[in-house]
Write a protein that binds this ligand. Sequence first.
Ligand code: ADP
Ligand code: MG
Length: 322
Amino acid sequence: MGEFDLIARYFTPAHYSPDVLLGVGDDAAVLDVPAGHRLVAAVDTVVEGVHFPVGTAAEHIGYRALAVNLSDIAAMGATPRWFTLSLSMPQADAAWLQAFSQGLLKLASWFDVQLVGGDTVKGPLSISVQILGVVEQDGWLTRSGAKPGDQVFVSGLPGEAAGGLRLVQQPSLRRDEASTAQLLKRFYQPSPRVELGKALRKVASACMDVSDGLLTDLRKLCRSSQCGARLQLEQLPASSALLNTFDIATTEQLILNGGDDYELLFTVPHTRLLELQQLMGTGVRCTPIGEVIAGDGVHCQRHGVSVNLPDTGFDHFADTSS
Ligand code: ADP
Ligand code: MG
């Protein structure tokens, strides 16, 4: 199977919606951004052995490569529309490509995003997805709008994905079947919070997605907003799948520093809390976990008592020599 056949067979959509003027097959794609909207762009690369364990099923690799990008668009309050795929792989294996493209394109169709181009090369297994979305002009979310007094929220159950990864790396830690299935699913098939992100445009003062760990990502949001935060540890949403599998200390560690959650971390001014509640009636659960304060840094408390927690969130180039 040559490169041309491979692209035609696995990565050429049968049809496009009208906003794709030119898709896979030419030198570049041509896309129609609706009037009154802005283009929103993000790119994320996943590398075998770094972002997913060697031996991960191809379907999950395809799903995750797109999911992590959808999550960035969700964090902006934007609507994902198109993506390009840069695929580096050691060989062209038909079964692997079939499963990979199936995982990828299944998620793409759920979110109505269209594959409009890419690049295919031979090399170590690594996948870059560039995602493009649209947002109403002046209507996007940023990390930088939090103000002292705002409440801090997180969606879903952070920590579950990191718990799932532990169970992949150390299968002997697995306990009951349902909890194991839940944690593995959160790692292999995270749910990008696109609908929530769009709804939050009207209520959140700042928003980001949690990819490196709740604590470290909250620090990033605070730095961008030039403020600090007080985190109430007893308010963190506890997953029963995590508690069924790990002790309480490990569970808390996974929630705070686990990463790979792809949940939304956001702040809401007090004047907007009622609106948030109305929008929470349906959809994904969001939990208040603290408040924005003047100053800097993230200060953790447990039942009103200060607790010092090290930040062990993920950083590719963290200096581990000291
Ligand atoms: P060129 O070398 O001229 O850039 P390529 O042979 O790399 O062209 O790609 C041919 C067409 O196939 C282009 O439209 C490109 O965007 C698309 N393409 C290549 N690889 C992929 C891929 N993995 N997924 C989707 N489209 C791809
Ligand atoms: Mg070209």
